[in-house]
Design a protein around this ligand. Structure first.
Ligand code: HEM
Length: 526
């Protein structure tokens, strides 16, 4: 035998192959079934043992029990009963500042007491990884979800927020057109049943597109449809992929229709954005929209127009279904508490400009609407857990506690919002409580904390720190503008005997019920 191992393998390979072919042709059907099973098992085990493993910190309570069997059961339970599990963990362990693990299909997530947020809020992104949680949740390796580019958060923070008053003027024009074209036709006499979440999602997609690329983009029906479908296909595609072991996900992704559709959505985004970018580059025209700000702020690979078109889809994922969910929940709450509706209409009368539009000051002065939005979000936030991050290296907190590498951390945002230490009667819906708080104090910090857009350890719906949602100021004004247009032009209510639709739990997500409807009637012109 040669002493060169490479050569040995090369010499052996053809014989091995011949032997294998001879052996395989001698196998019966049953043998082949057994062989396939063995190969799958080996690859699954290899995949299991070769992927980074989470280490649990001893002594930290695990919701549902710490034994392997309990954890496997609890991981399944988390798919549809996450809210109760998180509340159990928070109220049993966290009130006095304890950590707890909540098992989930992704593994045991470590829920942190909020006092550690200060230690982590500006941690380096390669060690305390925000985008990684998206990539995991939405199978980003195969769906492209979860971009590490900072172009969109950068421009939303620096440009959109600065130009918000101008943007909101054209957004309000878009809302009028949207209701004309999208909202079901209603009469002044009869109540019409409206599938709320679907209608609001289509309106929010159009309105957001106006902010992304002006009327040219918002009137592009193919783009608007792609921006809605991108999130839905990505979400369903990711759920389907999760059924496969890691080594089978790539081939499976090629067969799952929703994942395959994503390429069409990218094509649609390019078809819409590339001519606009080219025209703007040619003329030097700079309208006040996200596309123009991204074109100006792009550096390096970000300057590729196809890259910008892709980011446009990713920002629509961050902006559309999130805002539509919040807006739908608010409208459900207004139907459940109809006494609040005249107060909102009166407030609008006080703050609106002469032309009926709401300006920068007007949006800020809508304390009643803002308060109801915050209360609605306290009960039904989009996410039960926020501040989700993957710890990539052992991370020592200021008091010496070490979070082991490969741990997904988070904060049980919705459970915190139900803490009687923070809210005197947490289970009672009081739409005006934040407006009263703002009125009752001169302290700017307390007034600030009572706002819908506040992001602090008591109000975690928009996350916290370095990655706290930069789009929340736009989302807040957008929800106000859409809701006030609805209330000014329609009466709304639930059908006789209908109760407030319950939100649907899907792991950490808490989604408005898509099947729920409300009744609408056109208001008589004054
Ligand atoms: C009510 C609607 C919305 C909700 C509930 C929401 C919620 C969130 C949450 C929880 C985060 C993660 C924060 C963290 O973990 O610390 C986030 C991040 C983000 N959101 Fe929103 N969001 C909403 C609307 C929007 C809108 C309208 C935009 C765009 C205009 C937007 C753009 C973003 C971006 C770009 C990030 C990532 C920030 C980063 O990478 O640093 N969001 N959002």
């Amino acid at each position: 035998m040669s002493s060169n191992p490479m050569l040995d393998t090369a010499l052996l390979a053809p014989r091995l192959l011949d032997d294998c072919v001879a052996w395989a042709s001698s196998l019966s059907k049953n043998d082949i079934g057994g062989l396939l099973f063995l190969v799958t098992l080996t690859l699954t085990l290899w995949n299991y043992f070769s992927s980074p493993k989470q280490r649990l910190v001893p002594g930290i309570p695990v919701i549902g029990g710490a034994s392997k069997k309990d954890r496997i059961r609890s991981r399944e339970r988390f798919r549809h009963d996450s809210k109760a599990m998180l509340a159990e963990g928070y109220f049993r362990n966290n009130v006095n500042g304890g950590f707890f693990y909540v098992p989930s299909p992704l593994g045991e997530r470590l829920m942190l007491p909020v006092r550690y947020l200060e230690d982590l809020k500006t941690a380096p992104v390669d060690k305390v990884d925000f985008v990684g949680t998206f990539i995991e949740m939405f199978e980003g390796k195969y769906t492209t979800f979860g971009s590490r580019s900072t172009l969109h958060p950068r421009t939303v923070k620096a440009d959109l927020n600065q130009h918000l008053p101008d943007v909101m003027m054209s957004v309000q024009d878009e809302i009028v057109e949207c209701f004309d074209e999208i909202f079901p036709k209603c009469s002044e006499e009869e109540w019409t049943e409206v599938p709320l979440v679907d209608v609001i999602t289509r309106i929010v997609a159009r309105v957001s597109s106006r902010m992304f690329g002006g009327p040219e983009l918002s009137r592009n029906a193919s783009w608007v449809a792609a921006s809605i479908a991108f999130a839905i296909d990505g979400y369903i595609g990711a759920q389907k992929l999760k059924r496969y072991p890691e080594f089978l996900k790539r081939p499976a992704a090629r067969l799952i229709p929703e994942v395959r559709n994503l390429a069409n959505h990218y094509r649609e985004a390019e078809k819409a954005a590339l001519p606009m970018l080219a025209e703007r580059a040619r003329t030097g025209e700079r309208p006040k929209d996200l596309l123009a700000w991204m074109q100006d702020a792009a550096v390096g690979e970000e300057t590729d127009p196809r890259f910008i078109a892709g980011i446009l889809l990713k920002i629509s994922f961050a902006a559309i279904h999130t805002t539509a969910a919040g807006n739908s929940q608010l409208i459900f709450d207004l139907c459940a508490h109809p006494d609040l509706i005249p107060l909102v209409r009166e407030e609008y009368g006080r703050v609106a400009d002469e032309d009926g539009k709401i300006g920068k000051k007007g949006f800020f002065q809508m304390h009643i609407m803002d308060s109801i939005m915050k209360e609605s979000q306290r009960f039904n936030p989009l996410l039960l857990v926020t501040f989700e991050r993957i710890i990539t290296e052992d991370w020592r907190l200021s008091d010496g506690f070490v979070i082991p590498a490969h741990t997904t951390i988070g904060v049980p945002a919705q459970a915190i919002a139900m803490d009687p230490k923070l809210y005197p009667e947490p289970e009672t819906f009081d739409g005006l409580q934040f407006a009263k708080l703002r009125q009752s104090t001169d302290d700017p910090a307390t007034k600030g904390k009572a706002q819908f857009v506040a992001a602090n350890p008591q109000s975690m719906a928009f996350g916290y720190g370095r990655h706290a949602c930069p789009g929340r100021f736009f989302a807040g004004d957008e929800i106000k503008a859409i809701t006030i247009y609805l209330l000014n032009n329609y009466d709304i209510k639930f059908a006789e005997g209908q109760t407030r639709p319950k939100s649907v739990e899907v792991e950490t997500q808490f989604l408005p019920d898509h099947a729920a409807t409300i009744l609408c009637k056109k208001r008589k012109a004054a």
